[in-house]
Every structure is written in C-alpha cells, then in structure tokens.
Design a protein around this ligand. Structure first.
Ligand code: AHR
Length: 634
C-alpha cells in the first residue's frame, strides 16, 4: 500500500474507532443478487474519442519532431524556421512558390547562400514543438526533400543544444542534385541528459542555392512504425483497454468551412502527396496522422474503428442541401468505407494496399457527421437519410450513428455529448435509467466532467465515476462511450480546450485522476450487470455491479464523492465468494487535488486486499474515494 494511502487508512480507522469525533454519512445497505443477471454489458462500452485539438497529433501522439515541416508561410514569415548564418556566412531564406517536390506541396524554402565555408556554415533551423526533446543513446530517423543550384555541397544535419550551442548529434547528406529528391539520414545521441532545449539545423558550406521541403525527424515510435506514434502516450492509451477509436472528430471532421473539412483523400499515401490543411483549433494540421494512420492506431491497440464521415455541415454554419449537391459527399463517404474495408480488387481497397496495408480493416460503426444539432438550417434529417440510404444499400451490415435526433429514418445509434460539472453528473448518473429501449442505441461519443485545467482534478474524477456507474448500469442501451478531449500538450499555448484526460510535454506524460478512473472502470468490467438495490444512499454515493461468469468474478465499483466516510453494508446472495478480494482505490484529500506534469503520481490507484469477505459484511469507503472490489467466486 503506498505510504499516503496507508496513512489515510490508519487515520480513517482511528476516526471510526472514536465514533463521536468522526463525522460519517448514514450507512448504505447494498444488496446484490449474483445469480440474477439483468442484461449483458456492451462489449464495446469504453473506447477513445480523438481529434486534432490541444496538439493531440502534431506536437503530441504523432511523433514527428519538426514543426511546420512543409515550410508553410504566414504573415510573419515561415513559422518555427530561422536563418542560420554562422561566422562570416551570408545567406537569405524565403518561400519560393515556383518550385516544390510535388503537386500537393508546390512551394518550398529557398536558401540563397552568398558566402559560406566549413568555419562559417549557412542554413536553416527549426525550433520544433516547444523544442526538440532528446534522450540519451537514441536514434532519430530523418528525411528531407531538396534540390540545389550551384552545388551547395553536402547538407549537414545537427541536433543542437539551445543552451551550449553544441551539436548533440550530427550527420551529413551528399548527393543533393538539380532535381527534387528525398534524402534520408539518422542522428544518434550519446550519453546526454534528457532535455527539450534543443533545435535542428540543416546547413551547407558552399555558396549556391538550396531548396527544401518536408523536413522530418522521428524518435523511436510505438511498435517501430515509420511515421508512427509516441510510445509513452500509446502505452497510456493501451492501459485504458479501449474497445474502439472514434475519429477524426469532433469539430476537426467538420472544419470551420466546407473547404477546411477533413478531406480523407488528401491524408493518404506518401507524406509528400498530402497538402496539409487548416484545422478549426487554430493551428495547421500536417495530416501526417491520416486515414491509414488512424486505422493502424486501431490495429496497434486492438480497437475497432468508429469512422466519422463528413456529412455536409461545417462549424461556421455552411451546409450542403440534401439532394444532388450532397451526392459527391455521399460518394466520398462510400469511397472512404471502401478504403477501410474493401478487398484489394476494389478501387479504394487497392489504394489502401498501395499505401502499404493490403488487409482490409473490420468496420462496424460509421458516424454521419458531428454535432449536427448545430445546423440551424434543419438539413440534417435529409442529409442523414441520404447518407444512410446509400451506405445501407452497399454495406447493409454497417451500424450508422446519427449525431442529432432525426425523424425520417430511425438511426441505429444516436451520439450524445455531455460536458458538465461534477454536481451535474452526481444528479445525472441516472440519465439513461428510463431511456426508451425501443429507440436507437446510444453512443456517448463525447463526455467529461469539466473541472480542472489543463487536466481534470479529483472532483472531476468523482463526477466521471458517478456518470460511468450509470453508463454501466444502462449498458444494454448505451453501447459505447468515450471521454473527450483525450490529449493535451501542457506547454504554453498547447491547450485550446480545458479539461483533457492526459497531459504531456515533449519528454513525459501523465494521467489525470479522471484517466485513472477510466483505467479502473474499463479494466474491471464484467460481461453482464447483476440485479441490485440500495437503501439509505445519499446523493454522493454511487455504485455499479457487473460480473463475468467465465472468469468467475464480480466487479463492484463504489464511489464516495462526499467529504465523510461512507459505511456500506453489503448483502451478496447467489454466489459463494472467496474470503479475500482485490481492491483498487483512487482517493484524494480534497476535490481540487490533482496530478500534473511535475507531480504525475499524486493520485494513482493503490491496490490492497479485503479480508473476511462473506455474503454479508460491512465495508467503509474513505472520503473522496473511487474504489473497485474484484470478488472471486468459489
Ligand atoms: O471535444 C471538443 C469539441 O467539443 C469537439 O470537437 C466537438 O465535437 C465538441 O463540441
């Protein structure tokens, strides 16, 4: 038992022994009928929702280290890139719109070097995403597209410490010629201290002109995938036992305008063929995390894709009328589904194979749009019906998700979003108890208790846990649920949306208390809900009871969101329980307590054991506690 938990347990025991001095909630009687399942738990209940927000991909999960690798310009010049003129060197850098490595990237960075030599190199430097976060003895794999005029000679690539100006890893690339070509390189650090105060330099030592584009550098990635994901973040996501991934958004799917929507066809194939696009969250997307990368992310974490297709509505209010105008968008969605699921004999299945993934992906759910209740034109009913008719005709097995209530057809599933305070969740944990079981199934595609920033505090985790007990109890109708947003870069300017599940900088990451609540809820989940009842429960006590017959386990989740201990008198009939049960507890001294990048482990699950378990026993929850008890059936 961690020291803090032990101290709190001892304090609680002392307090309970001196009954007069210790405020307590009135005891709750919780009766569980272990031989009476009420319904199956949806096997896809807990999953992930993701979009490009808070530097979730660029500067986040997508491990690319070069920021603005395609030299996109704005009013200020070329963000994140600077000219290098060392010693006597004289050079100029500017955007050249007349030449680029591909139709998708028709421009480039032109470096005119008037004077340079081995003592006075000239070139460009990139500051990365809040620096280049480097570790000791690590290989970084890089590449760039280039051509030259006047023979600038070899290009030297170095990772340089901002503090000392010394190169921490360096290599050279020769053979840049008059035609655009991709060049690859590897940089290896030695026994350095991990640090983010570094930048990347590309320099030459001969006068001439060098054109550059798509400068890229990757650290080791999860499963060693090229163009892959950050290892620590993927490990944190894997620990959530997610059954699905909802992508690519969110508002990111819609874009601010139709033109700025997520156009999946522009996110596949070689990076040099991806034009990149503006995202609604105030920064430009590299589209390195494209459609295939989302699917490979699913593959890596054994998740089913929940594919959201653009449905003709964008955030600033533009929409496409149902009918002929919508047809190209419907066709685009059909093509997208074919790219995901089609055999290699189909047009888009063959394209997927060309992109390196011949095997089709399994797809069960397709979501039509995002938050279309914002569309005040009233066009969603017709748009949904048109997409539904076309998709069902070609793919009758797919389950379709509507993002707003509609009348003309019955959607298979309705996506509902909840961003609330903890007190709302305490009242609303019964939200789905009375939902019509003959209507569409429910996907809670975005939800969060929004308290704490950049990541939720323990009070939010209590609200989340109360809400999740309701999701589990109603998991006959609630088939899927995903917290949002999932990720946040905690460096200055990294957050666009407050209260995000997992925080990180370039070197490390941490889970919020809400993250650990999710981990526990998903990890200890049975396949059916048991009949149960309570007496005497106040408004801050919540529970869920599920069981797995195959594993012979009962999983009891208990939430005490109050500031006082909560005695629970348990009556469990219909099963013979082993005398010792496993307990996982998340607890805090106050609701504001939280984790952070500097204190990542303040609130983490603590394991212990419960002894003398029988059909009837008393159990006391400390104040502000989320607990899972895993009982073994004998
Ligand atoms: O999760 C942040 C945003 O909230 C999503 O992009 C959008 O769907 C919702 O309004």
């Amino acid at each position: 038992m961690p020291e803090k938990t032990f101290a709190r347990a001892a304090a609680l025991a002392a307090c309970l022994a001196a009954a007069a001095a210790c405020a307590q909630n009135a005891p709750v009687t919780l009766t569980i009928h272990a031989s009476q399942p009420t319904h199956a738990v949806s096997p896809a209940l807990y999953g992930l929702m993701t979009e490009e927000i808070n530097y979730s991909y660029d500067g986040g999960l997508y491990a690319e280290m070069v920021r603005n690798r395609t030299f996109r310009g704005d009013w200020s010049g070329t963000p994140y890139w600077y000219l290098v003129e060392q010693g006597e060197a004289v050079a100029r850098m500017e955007t050249d719109k007349s030449t680029g490595p591909s139709a998708a990237l028709p421009a480039s960075m032109r470096l005119d070097v008037e004077k340079a030599d081995t003592h006075s190199p000239a070139g460009v430097l990139n500051v990365g995403f809040w620096g280049f976060s480097l570790r000791p003895d690590t290989e970084y794999k890089g590449s760039f597209y280039a051509k030259d005029a006047g023979d600038v000679g070899p290009v030297t690539i170095s990772l340089v410490s901002d503090n000392t100006g010394k190169a921490l890893a360096t290599t050279t690339v020769s053979g840049v010629g008059a035609e655009w070509a991709q060049h690859t390189f590897t940089l290896k650090t030695s026994a350095i201290e991990p640090s983010s105060s570094n930048h990347l330099e590309l320099t030459v030592t001969h006068p001439g002109t060098l054109w550059l584009n798509l400068v890229s550098l990757f650290p080791p990635t999860y499963h060693g995938r090229a163009n892959g994901n950050r290892i620590d973040l993927m490990e944190k996501l894997a620990a959530m036992h997610p059954a699905f991934l909802r992508f690519p958004g969110g508002n990111y799917l819609e874009g601010d305008t139709i033109k700025e929507r997520f156009e999946w066809k522009k996110t596949i194939g070689p990076l040099v063929d991806r034009p990149t696009h503006p995202s609604p969250w105030m920064y430009h997307s590299s589209d390195g995390m494209g459609l295939l990368e989302f699917l490979e992310w699913c593959e890596d974490l054994h998740m089913n894709p929940v594919l959201a297709v653009y449905a003709g509505y964008s955030l600033h209010g533009e929409h496409v009328d149902p009918g002929p105008a919508l047809e190209p968008y419907v066709q685009d969605a059909l093509d997208e589904i074919e790219y995901v699921t089609g055999s290699t004999s189909t047009k888009w299945g063959a394209e997927r194979a060309k992109d390196g993934h011949p095997a089709p992906f399994k797809l069960t759910y397709v979501e039509i749009g995002n938050e279309d209740w914002f569309d005040k034109s009233g066009s969603y009913d017709g748009r949904y019906a048109q997409f539904s008719e076309a998709i069902k005709a070609k793919y009758p097995g797919l389950q379709l998700i509507a993002t707003a209530p509609i009348k003309s057809v019955k959607p298979d599933v309705l996506d509902e979003h909840f961003y609330v305070r903890a007190t709302t969740n305490f009242h609303d944990a019964t939200h789905y108890d009375k939902t019509d079981r003959n209507g569409p199934k429910i996907f809670v595609g975005e939800w969060a208790t929004r308290e704490g920033l950049p990541t939720p505090d323990f009070g939010a985790a209590l609200g989340d846990s109360a809400w999740m007990t309701g999701l589990e109890r109603n998991s006959d109708i609630v088939v899927m649920a995903s917290y949002a947003p999932l990720l946040v870069r905690v460096d200055p300017g990294g957050m666009q949306w407050e209260t995000d599940l997992i925080g990180y900088n370039g070197l490390t990451s941490y889970g919020s208390p809400s993250y650990y609540a999710q981990v526990l809820f998903a990890q200890y989940l049975g396949d059916h809900v048991l009949a149960s009842s309570t007496e005497g429960a106040g408004g801050k006590f919540f529970y869920s009871i599920t069981a797995s017959a195959a594993k012979k386990k009962l999983y009891l989740k208990l939430v005490n969101a109050s500031s006082d201990p909560q005695q629970v008198d348990l009556n469990i009939d219909g099963a013979k329980l082993a005398p010792t049960a496993k307990v996982e507890s998340l607890t805090a001294t106050n609701p504001e307590e939280t984790n952070s990048i500097d204190a990542p482990n303040r609130i983490v699950p603590a394991s212990s054991e419960l002894h003398d378990v029988s059909g009837k026993f008393h159990h006391t929850l400390p104040p502000y506690t989320i607990q899972v008890i895993a009982f073994d059936e004998q």
